[in-house]
Design a protein around this ligand. Sequence first.
Ligand SMILES: [Zn+2]
Length: 148
Amino acid sequence: MSIDWAKLPPPQPAPDLDSQGFWDSIGHGELRLRRCPSCALWHHPPLEHCRRCATPTEFEPVTSTGTVYTFIVQRQPAVVGYSALVPYTVAIVELDDQPGLRLTGRIVDIDADEVHIGMRVDSRIELLPGGDFHIPVFSPTLPREATP
Ligand SMILES: [Zn+2]
């Protein structure tokens, strides 16, 4: 019997003490990252204590907007659960909350060849197939209509 890799769900996250709050909040529809309540520095990947002042960090909501810092276009079916999506784009997005605060996610709603560094994006939350986890994805920021 052969395995039909195309029908398998994508790999699932394995939350730990540092990231559990991220998965809990995104599961309730809110994107939260760790932040220092003392000096306001954001930390991602999550850290239990602030790297600047050693204060215990807390999960706080971040803005949903950012800029593509870098990206790859996946053209071969290399990851189980995503083979039907090729070509697709995986980007590191710098969030507007703090220079250097970066989050990884797929870029959706745009052809892979149109994605570029510096592109403005908005995040949204999607269900990760195969389980109960939710993940952030990013789509191009729609141009605002000019005000008269
Ligand atoms: Zn701090």
